[in-house]
Design a protein around this ligand. Sequence first.
Ligand code: S3P
Length: 177
Amino acid sequence: MNLVLIGFMGSGKTAVGRRLAQRLGYGFLDTDHYIECQIGCSISEIFSIQGEEYFRRLESGLADRLNRLHNMVVSTGGGLPVTTGNMEKLRAAGAVVFLKASHEDILRRLSRDNRRPILRGEDLEETVARLLSERLPVYEQADLVVETQDKGINRVCGEIIHWIGNFDPASRDVPSS
Ligand code: S3P
Protein backbone atom coordinates (compact mmCIF):
# COMPACT_ATOMS: atom_id res chain seq x y z
CA MET A 1 0.00 0.00 0.00
CA ASN A 2 1.24 3.48 -0.91
CA LEU A 3 0.08 6.78 0.52
CA VAL A 4 -0.21 9.74 -1.85
CA LEU A 5 -0.36 13.26 -0.43
CA ILE A 6 -2.01 15.98 -2.47
CA GLY A 7 -2.77 19.62 -1.74
CA PHE A 8 -1.99 23.20 -2.56
CA MET A 9 1.51 24.69 -2.54
CA GLY A 10 2.51 25.50 1.02
CA SER A 11 0.23 22.94 2.64
CA GLY A 12 3.07 20.92 4.16
CA LYS A 13 3.03 17.84 1.88
CA THR A 14 6.78 17.36 1.90
CA ALA A 15 7.26 17.83 5.65
CA VAL A 16 4.28 15.62 6.51
CA GLY A 17 5.29 13.06 3.87
CA ARG A 18 8.81 12.69 5.25
CA ARG A 19 7.57 12.26 8.81
CA LEU A 20 4.83 9.83 7.76
CA ALA A 21 7.35 7.71 5.87
CA GLN A 22 9.59 7.66 8.94
CA ARG A 23 6.78 6.65 11.26
CA LEU A 24 5.43 3.95 8.93
CA GLY A 25 8.84 2.64 7.93
CA TYR A 26 7.97 3.45 4.29
CA GLY A 27 10.12 4.99 1.56
CA PHE A 28 9.52 8.60 0.55
CA LEU A 29 9.25 10.19 -2.89
CA ASP A 30 8.60 13.85 -3.63
CA THR A 31 7.49 14.30 -7.24
CA ASP A 32 9.10 17.74 -7.64
CA HIS A 33 12.40 16.49 -6.29
CA TYR A 34 12.23 13.37 -8.48
CA ILE A 35 11.64 15.49 -11.61
CA GLU A 36 14.47 17.87 -10.69
CA CYS A 37 16.85 14.90 -10.39
CA GLN A 38 15.53 13.31 -13.60
CA ILE A 39 16.03 16.49 -15.66
CA GLY A 40 19.02 17.84 -13.76
CA CYS A 41 17.67 21.31 -13.08
CA SER A 42 15.28 23.09 -10.74
CA ILE A 43 11.52 23.33 -11.26
CA SER A 44 11.98 27.09 -11.84
CA GLU A 45 14.51 26.40 -14.60
CA ILE A 46 12.24 23.80 -16.21
CA PHE A 47 9.38 26.33 -16.23
CA SER A 48 11.51 29.13 -17.67
CA ILE A 49 13.43 27.07 -20.24
CA GLN A 50 10.96 24.42 -21.44
CA GLY A 51 7.71 25.88 -20.13
CA GLU A 52 4.91 24.76 -17.85
CA GLU A 53 3.38 22.37 -20.37
CA TYR A 54 6.60 20.38 -20.56
CA PHE A 55 6.71 20.20 -16.74
CA ARG A 56 3.09 18.98 -16.65
CA ARG A 57 3.99 16.23 -19.14
CA LEU A 58 6.86 15.13 -16.89
CA GLU A 59 4.47 15.06 -13.92
CA SER A 60 1.91 12.99 -15.83
CA GLY A 61 4.61 10.57 -17.01
CA LEU A 62 5.71 10.09 -13.42
CA ALA A 63 2.11 9.67 -12.25
CA ASP A 64 1.78 6.82 -14.78
CA ARG A 65 4.55 4.94 -13.00
CA LEU A 66 3.55 5.46 -9.37
CA ASN A 67 1.47 2.28 -9.26
CA ARG A 68 4.70 0.28 -9.49
CA LEU A 69 5.74 1.45 -6.04
CA HIS A 70 5.20 -0.45 -2.79
CA ASN A 71 5.07 0.93 0.74
CA MET A 72 5.98 4.45 -0.23
CA VAL A 73 4.70 7.85 0.80
CA VAL A 74 4.51 10.08 -2.27
CA SER A 75 4.15 13.82 -1.93
CA THR A 76 2.94 15.45 -5.12
CA GLY A 77 3.37 18.93 -6.62
CA GLY A 78 0.27 21.06 -6.08
CA GLY A 79 -0.73 21.02 -9.75
CA LEU A 80 -0.14 17.32 -10.45
CA PRO A 81 -3.61 15.99 -9.50
CA VAL A 82 -5.26 18.73 -11.55
CA THR A 83 -3.98 17.61 -14.96
CA THR A 84 -6.66 15.51 -16.64
CA GLY A 85 -6.34 11.83 -15.84
CA ASN A 86 -3.84 12.21 -13.01
CA MET A 87 -6.28 11.81 -10.11
CA GLU A 88 -7.17 8.36 -11.47
CA LYS A 89 -3.47 7.48 -11.69
CA LEU A 90 -2.94 8.58 -8.09
CA ARG A 91 -5.89 6.52 -6.90
CA ALA A 92 -4.48 3.53 -8.75
CA ALA A 93 -1.17 4.06 -6.95
CA GLY A 94 -2.53 4.15 -3.41
CA ALA A 95 -4.63 5.85 -0.77
CA VAL A 96 -4.93 9.54 -1.65
CA VAL A 97 -4.86 12.05 1.21
CA PHE A 98 -5.62 15.74 0.77
CA LEU A 99 -3.78 17.99 3.22
CA LYS A 100 -6.19 20.87 3.49
CA ALA A 101 -4.40 23.92 4.84
CA SER A 102 -6.36 27.09 5.54
CA HIS A 103 -6.27 29.92 3.02
CA GLU A 104 -4.49 32.09 5.63
CA ASP A 105 -1.77 29.49 6.33
CA ILE A 106 -1.18 29.05 2.60
CA LEU A 107 -0.83 32.79 2.02
CA ARG A 108 1.44 33.23 5.03
CA ARG A 109 3.77 30.42 3.95
CA LEU A 110 3.87 31.37 0.27
CA SER A 111 4.51 35.04 0.93
CA ARG A 112 7.78 34.07 2.63
CA ASP A 113 8.89 31.84 -0.22
CA ASN A 114 9.52 32.81 -3.84
CA ARG A 115 10.52 29.41 -5.24
CA ARG A 116 7.25 28.70 -7.06
CA PRO A 117 7.41 29.82 -10.70
CA ILE A 118 3.63 29.70 -11.07
CA LEU A 119 3.30 32.54 -8.52
CA ARG A 120 6.22 34.68 -9.59
CA GLY A 121 5.30 38.16 -10.81
CA GLU A 122 1.62 37.55 -10.01
CA ASP A 123 -0.55 39.11 -7.34
CA LEU A 124 -0.24 36.44 -4.65
CA GLU A 125 -3.68 36.76 -3.07
CA GLU A 126 -5.48 36.87 -6.41
CA THR A 127 -3.57 33.91 -7.86
CA VAL A 128 -3.96 31.77 -4.76
CA ALA A 129 -7.71 32.51 -4.63
CA ARG A 130 -8.13 31.64 -8.33
CA LEU A 131 -6.05 28.47 -8.24
CA LEU A 132 -7.69 27.29 -5.01
CA SER A 133 -11.17 27.65 -6.46
CA GLU A 134 -10.11 25.71 -9.59
CA ARG A 135 -8.27 23.01 -7.67
CA LEU A 136 -10.32 22.39 -4.54
CA PRO A 137 -12.98 20.30 -6.32
CA VAL A 138 -10.20 18.01 -7.58
CA TYR A 139 -8.37 17.78 -4.25
CA GLU A 140 -11.68 16.98 -2.52
CA GLN A 141 -11.86 13.72 -4.49
CA ALA A 142 -9.16 12.30 -2.20
CA ASP A 143 -9.96 9.26 -0.05
CA LEU A 144 -9.23 11.29 3.08
CA VAL A 145 -9.28 15.03 3.71
CA VAL A 146 -7.18 16.21 6.67
CA GLU A 147 -7.58 19.79 7.84
CA THR A 148 -4.16 20.90 9.00
CA GLN A 149 -4.89 24.24 10.68
CA ASP A 150 -3.55 24.47 14.26
CA LYS A 151 -2.16 20.93 14.06
CA GLY A 152 1.51 20.00 14.28
CA ILE A 153 3.11 17.56 11.84
CA ASN A 154 2.89 14.67 14.31
CA ARG A 155 -0.82 15.17 14.91
CA VAL A 156 -1.51 15.26 11.15
CA CYS A 157 0.56 12.09 10.69
CA GLY A 158 -1.23 10.43 13.62
CA GLU A 159 -4.64 11.09 12.02
CA ILE A 160 -3.48 9.63 8.70
CA ILE A 161 -1.90 6.57 10.32
CA HIS A 162 -5.07 5.93 12.35
CA TRP A 163 -7.22 6.19 9.20
CA ILE A 164 -4.99 4.07 6.96
CA GLY A 165 -5.33 1.12 9.33
CA ASN A 166 -8.98 0.83 8.32
CA PHE A 167 -8.72 1.89 4.69
CA ASP A 168 -9.97 -0.62 2.14
CA PRO A 169 -9.56 0.48 -1.51
CA ALA A 170 -12.36 -1.92 -2.49
CA SER A 171 -14.80 0.15 -0.44
CA ARG A 172 -14.26 3.31 -2.49
CA ASP A 173 -17.71 4.38 -3.57
CA VAL A 174 -16.85 7.40 -5.71
CA PRO A 175 -15.94 6.43 -9.26
CA SER A 176 -12.60 7.96 -10.30
CA SER A 177 -12.94 10.85 -12.72
C1 S3P B 1 3.04 23.77 -8.46
C2 S3P B 1 3.43 23.34 -7.21
C3 S3P B 1 4.83 23.08 -6.86
C4 S3P B 1 5.62 22.66 -8.11
C5 S3P B 1 5.46 23.68 -9.21
C6 S3P B 1 4.00 23.92 -9.59
C7 S3P B 1 1.59 24.07 -8.70
O1 S3P B 1 4.91 22.04 -5.89
O2 S3P B 1 5.19 21.40 -8.58
O3 S3P B 1 6.07 24.87 -8.76
O4 S3P B 1 1.19 24.24 -9.85
O5 S3P B 1 0.84 24.11 -7.70
P1 S3P B 1 4.50 22.23 -4.33
O6 S3P B 1 3.03 22.00 -4.23
O7 S3P B 1 5.28 21.19 -3.64
O8 S3P B 1 4.89 23.62 -3.95
